[in-house]
Design a protein around this ligand. Structure first.
Ligand code: ADP
Ligand code: ADP
Ligand code: ZN
Ligand code: ZN
Length: 751
């Protein structure tokens, strides 16, 4: 018999970040959900305490010899954590992995499919690895298994009706009078006033593809020796033959419109050698099977009737079913993982663990409902239950009421954010939560409101004949001057319609997404919003010194950590580890700089203030305005100096929103802005969206949250289902209209 306390993970006296000496017990082999307003301390308990302790324990498993080479992972600030099993964190970080990582490779389904072909494919070509595009013997030799080639989009690069002097070259770097433009005009025997369409074939070849050669030219009144080459040749060498992802975001944005890709002429995108492609099962080769949506692929695989193949077929069907169960049936195995959304990435990782054989693991999920329509949340719940029933402890940070309902145990953290949070306001089951009188309990009982006085649009932005991905010749108008919510089940085509099609026609729109912010490791909310500039000036004038002293990039910064406050130690076989700087103790500046005060506070003190505390401290108009904007988006609790790299996707999105709030007459596009927000925070977000609309902006939001959908002026519902069964607009209209439309799944959830 287990002693009763071994049935729980026991945490005593947790004090990370804002936690106020929190003690709690988490039942093992059960589902425990942590909820509470953003900034209340959920992550501080789940990630900074429980997960951190698990990592530390893992490191202790190394021998003393190995540990001598590892930096000490600091113990979380807590009195004790007992009975913790190994923790696996399943988060929303994108899978990345480049073009060689696909849904099939990441879920380990592709190796099984290859095994199947090596057993029963006709004709046999050899072992399983011969069917892998990552294997030198399996890959298409023309494209090295990538399936496509990149090149310059000539129609965008050149305007043939113009001369060089009229700006015929539209590539970046060749603006009129720019250095590169000058070099081209001077270096070739071209008439700069002749239209490109009048060039001879030889002249055009020279201009575009001329070999590199050294020449002397005049620039700024001086003779310089330079190498010139054809403009397309140069562009290809500079941008296409190198990995664009390593370049600055600005460069990528400037260059991307001029690059186009087309399928490899040998394998036509199939990535594999001709031998591999000639091998078939029931008339289909492995590339063809990999391009069928998983939901349909299951049916095709079931048709395989062969005694030798039976065990492999069974295994394959099992794995594919996991993908269907979690609502990813609209994806294909050849889908590249770096094109998956955060929510899709987390669900794919989840599937990996389902097929694994680990038991007695503590699984930690971070808002797994992100990206899921209310219709599909039950699938997520079933998966969580399955993991639990295999004998694992499941810990979930989540705000979605439909997920909270399946918890065996609920921990509500609060009552509010930051220093007003950090305690546990309720522990127990779902029924008890409803009666607990906490923010969560109260909001769960509130009825849904549908907007009745919808705004009238000021105009419309048409989308015509959209056919990208699964879109089926979509024609739809986006109304201007109102709040439009685009919704629909996962995979129905919302992001394709808005992020890909609409935004390609409106590059001037302000996109507020969840991608990471911050260009350097020194970026923090103060630098990102521009508050830091005003703060430095205030310190400088109060102390009669130079504002430069208070910059992380100046000689005022701590020399040991270069103003980071932490030192990164690279490790050969583990992720790099971050340790507090020993010289400045995390204060980031030299002693001398820290001795300069503003109303009694040093620059380090200011960086440690939360937005809320800073609002009390500062009177400077500009600073207050920017702080207020952060407060308005629900970021009261973050500190000004917190590295942007530690912010969650939802927090990144809100900090972007805060710094873009003052524009007028713009188009705002937001992708699931409720991510990371508690039900009680959503009211604030809606207020901000409404304020944006009231000051003359057009706001377009992709969202599944019913509170937000219900408050839209206009709803565009995509569907009816995901993938090839979606891609249509099933409804356009107001909230009170959608609930009357039978075909709209979304409508049913709003009643
Ligand atoms: P939740 O997960 O409930 O949104 P968190 O646990 O992330 O809340 O945050 C609780 C409090 O701790 C907040 O005031 C937050 O600003 C602070 N905090 C969280 N992470 C850090 C950090 N790395 N450095 C400093 N403060 C932090
Ligand atoms: P939603 O935003 O509604 O979840 P998406 O627009 O992401 O839906 O996806 C619609 C369809 O297009 C799905 O079948 C999806 O698999 C496919 N799709 C989305 N992005 C890509 C991509 N980069 N490459 C190939 N297919 C894609
Ligand atoms: Zn090829
Ligand atoms: Zn330092």
């Amino acid at each position: 018999m287990n002693k009763p306390n071994q049935e729980y993970i026991v945490i005593s006296g947790a004090r990370e970040n804002n936690l106020k000496n929190v003690s709690l017990r988490i039942p093992k082999r059960k589902i425990t959900i942590f909820t509470g307003v953003s900034g209340s301390g959920k992550s501080s308990i789940v990630f900074d305490t429980i997960a951190a302790e698990s990592t530390r324990l893992l490191n202790e498993n190394f021998s003393m010899f190995v540990r001598n080479f590892l930096p000490r992972v600091p113990q979380p600030d807590t009195d004790a954590i007992e009975n913790l099993s190994m923790a696996v964190i399943v988060d929303q970080k994108r899978l990345g992995g480049g073009s060689h990582s696909t849904m099939g490779t990441i879920t380990d389904i592709s190796p099984i499919l290859r095994l199947l072909f090596s057993r029963v494919g006709q004709p046999h070509i050899g072992e399983a690895h011969m069917f892998s595009f990552n294997d030198p013997q399996g890959m298409c030799p023309e494209c090295s298994g990538i399936g496509r080639r990149l090149g310059v989009d000539m129609s965008k690069a050149l305007d043939m009706s113009k001369s060089l002097n009229e700006g015929a070259i539209m590539l970046p770097d060749y603006a009129l009078s720019s250095f590169d433009w000058n070099m081209i005009v001077q270096s070739r025997p071209f008439d700069p006033d002749k239209k490109l369409s009048d060039y001879s074939e030889e002249e055009l070849a020279q201009l575009l593809y001329g070999k590199a050669r050294k020449i002397e030219v005049q620039f700024g009144g001086k003779a310089v020796n330079i190498t010139v080459e054809g403009i397309i040749e140069k562009f290809t060498n500079k941008y296409i033959r190198r990995d664009l992802k390593t370049m600055s975001e600005r460069t990528q944005r400037a260059v991307a419109p001029f690059i186009t890709e087309w399928p490899c002429s040998s394998c036509h995108g199939a990535r594999l050698s001709q031998a591999a492609l000639s091998c078939k099962i029931n008339g289909l080769n492995i590339a063809e099977l990999s391009s069928i949506e998983v939901g349909q692929l299951i049916r095709v695989i079931r048709e395989i009737d062969d005694a030798i193949a039976a065990p492999v077929v069974k295994l394959l069907l099992e794995r594919l079913q996991h993908l269907v169960d979690i609502g990813l049936d609209y994806l294909t195995l050849d889908r590249e993982t770096d094109t998956l959304s955060g929510g899709e990435s987390q669900r794919v990782k989840m599937v990996k663990h389902l097929s694994g054989s680990l038991v007695d693991v503590t699984y930690i999920f971070d808002e797994p409902s992100v990206g899921l329509h209310p219709r599909d949340v039950h699938r997520l719940n079933e998966l969580l239950l399955k993991l639990r029933d295999k004998g694992n402890t499941v810990i979930v940070v989540e705000h979605d009421p439909d997920v909270i309902k399946v918890a065996d145990h609920i921990v509500d953290v609060g009552p509010h954010a930051g220093s007003h949070g950090g305690t546990i306001v309720y522990e127990g089951d779902f029924q008890g939560l409803l009666e607990a009188g906490t923010l969560t309990g109260t909001h769960m009982k509130r009825p849904l409101h549908l907007k009745s006085d919808c705004r009238q649009p000021s105009g419309k932005l048409p989308i015509r004949n959209a056919e990208l991905h699964n879109l089926q010749n979509v024609n739809v108008d986006i109304p201007t001057g109102v709040l439009t919510v685009v919704t629909g089940v996962a995979g129905s085509g919302k992001s394709t319609l808005i992020n890909d099609v609409f935004l390609s026609q409106h590059p001037d729109a302000i996109v507020i997404d969840q991608s990471a912010v911050g260009v350097s490791t020194r970026s923090n909310p103060a630098t990102y919003t521009g508050i830091m500039d005003d703060v430095r000036k205030a310190f400088a004038s109060a102390n009669k010194v130079s504002p430069g002293l208070f910059s992380f990039n100046s000689k005022g910064a701590c020399e040991n950590c270069q103003g980071l406050g932490v030192v990164y130690t690279e490790l050969a076989f583990l992720e790099s580890v971050k340790l507090p700087c020993e010289v400045c103790g995390g204060r980031r500046f030299k002693e001398e700089v820290l001795s300069y005060k503003l109303n009694g506070k040093s620059i380090a003190d200011v960086l440690e203030m939360t937005v809320e505390q800073a609002l009390d401290f500062f009177q400077l108009k500009e600073v207050v305005r920017k702080l207020q904007a952060m407060s308005d988006v629900g970021l009261n609790y973050i500190t000004l100096g917190q590295p942007l790299s530690t912010l969650s996707g939802g927090e990144c999105q809100r900090i972007k929103l805060a710094s873009e709030l003052h524009k007028k007459g713009s188009i705002y596009v937001m992708d699931e802005p409720t991510t990371g927000l508690h039900m009680s925070d959503i009211g604030h977000l809606l207020e901000i969206m409404n304020r944006l609309v009231d000051t003359g902006n057009t706001v377009i939001v992709i969202e599944h949250n019913l509170d937000v959908i219900g408050q839209a002026d206009w709803i565009i519902d995509m569907g009816p289902d995901g993938g090839s069964k979606g891609g249509q607009v099933v409804f356009e209209g107001t909230p009170s209209q959608i609930i009357q439309v039978e075909q709209s799944i979304t409508g049913r959830y709003l009643i």
